[in-house]
Design a protein around this ligand. Sequence first.
Ligand code: PBG
Length: 328
Amino acid sequence: MTGPVNRPRRLRQNPAMRRLVAETRLHPSQLVLPMFVADGIDAPQQIGSMPGVVQHTLDSLRAAAADAVTAGVGGVMLFGVPKPEDKDATGSVGARPDGILNRALSALRSDLGDDTVIMADTCLDEFTDHGHCGVLTGSGAVDNDATLRRYEELAVSQASAGAHVVGPSGMMDGQVAAIRDALDAEGFIDTTILAYTAKYASAFYGPFREAVGSSLQGDRRTYQQDPANRLESARELLADLEEGADMVMVKPAMSFLDIVRDVADRTDLPVAAYQVSGEYAMMAAAGERGWIDFDAAIDESVLSIARAGASIILTYAAPDVARRLARA
Ligand code: PBG
């Protein structure tokens, strides 16, 4: 009898065998649900480009967050959408205790306590009238160091409101160190920093801009990374490690899986990856047309992100993926 010496198909012969030899195993607690909460709305607003995702009212946010926790997700990441008339050049409403994001953080912390990890987007773009992630100089450039002062204030306000984790997403140089110092100075030594270590200037953020009613004209290429670059992410990682990051993130996930792997290979810290709005929207749109099986595509993509090296995955489909994992 001759035949192949190696028969890898033996290990694929039935579901039980495949389960036994699976190299990547996901758990619902690895998933984080990004959520939008808007000021001045009295019912949840569907986001057109993200089927199944809404801008929440405070009440619907509380219900949806409780549901996500029941589904087993490991955390929620909150984004605030202020009333358009509350936006200004410095995004001041972001840090106000009565701003929508801080009110939402307080509400979720009082509902959920330490049952889940409550994370806040620590950035100005949702709150500025020009839509940039920082404050501008007289000539309209994003002013790095002046922005750090705003981030310090924002992070401290979010920690006071009850965030367990702050997530600086603006890609300003020195943002992790500045926020760490500010938190420590106010006694928030346990407030954890999820550093957006490698955040690329990506076309896949498109639907998010609708989701937060972004005012941005132009682009973010002077602060977010060029998608052409790989080694730059290693330098960003070194900086974040030196500055005291507790967890590091790569974003977007799917077109940057090589970066997820690089970062995971270079640090022992937890590595997160963010499956962004455009990734979700692509799969949702194709699913609606019957071109792909949306649930299967989402599950496969989340698995791929984990296989690339992420131990924490942010995805708008987190509760559904978590429920399917719990059933598997
Ligand atoms: C900035 C921020 C953005 C996203 C998360 N944080 C937008 C941007 O950088 O333009 C995008 C998330 C997504 O697309 O799902 N605060």
